[in-house]
Design a binder for this molecule. Sequence first.
Ligand code: GMT
Length: 366
Amino acid sequence: MRIGVTCYPTYGGSGIVATELGLELAARGHEIHFITYASPIRMGSGAERIHYHEVEVSSYPLFQYPPYCLALASRMADVAETQRLDLLHVHYAIPHSIAAMLAQQMMAGTRRIPFVTTLHGTDITLVGTDPSYFPITRFSIEKSDGVTSISDYLCARTHVVFGVERHIRVIRNFVNCRLYRPPAEPPKEPTLLHVSNFRPVKRIQDCIRILARVRKDVPARLLMAGDGPERSSAERLARDLGVCEHVRFLGKQDHVERLFPQAHILLMPSELESFGLAALEAMACGVVPIATNAGGVPELITNWEDGFLEAVGDVENQAQRVIEVLTNEKEHLRLSQAARLKAENHFDTLRVIPQYEAFYEEVLRS
Ligand code: GMT
């Protein structure tokens, strides 16, 4: 198939899933055309059957807000025409789904180009429910030729919040278990890791509070990978709690598969997470996830079996779980092995990518 892929190419879960899906599909022989405003994170360069088409948004004095959605729609129609695309796949509903619908209508005189929308999380749970975007988000879901969501939780939430009745196929996040692997030896220094885009929904201050509590019992360190609006307040909190020399802010990381194996535990104290891709990538590397019992996370982590789920904001219990894992080698090994097995048996690319291929074929046939 010849597939056009649009996503936010920056450091967010939806962009990562879109890019990794594109790379996996290209490896399976499909032609993948990324249509985005910047080169997607993790795309790399030179992979076979991967093409990149930049969306340029011109600015004029009259435009207080440059009309990105229109520039994207024009580019999508242009690429679909010149590259003879079979299908457009957009990740994150707003505004990509509407742009795809416009591109489809622009091409209507020539041929039919269907589009698939994948819902990831905040496009439904936060942005989509904002009164300014609610009606257009619902419209874009209804008009898509196919819709997928990354968890049962997000699928149910979409039906309830938007009142849409159409079918939404659940295809969960995935990980390449050959690339994301446990290290030969566990890390020497007790190490906690957090990976995110540091938005308020990630509650990164909880990571600092957990470390401060853990350090009363275990001399652990915390690696904070990523960047975003909450970073400076987390840095301040680390200073206030007297743990700043035990926290390293690493900034945005391109190769997290090299970072995960350096940690014992992944902290994911999010307010809401429709799946929790970072926890899955960590589990594939044998890193034990200590997360919140929020949204779709229980579809990934089984409490006490391959990680831990605690209430949002319950820093004390999250810290207790960390201390237990770091002070009990046997328990760490049991959880680490179970986490890796969960990733292999349920979420490996070999199992999940064919679900997307089958869904594309259904949409093309319909
Ligand atoms: O919240 C983020 O980090 C970004 C957001 C996105 O849509 O870019 O991530 C969402 O998509 C990921 C990949 O499908 C999911 O694993 C995350 O759980 C989800 N984030 C939230 O629901 C907060």
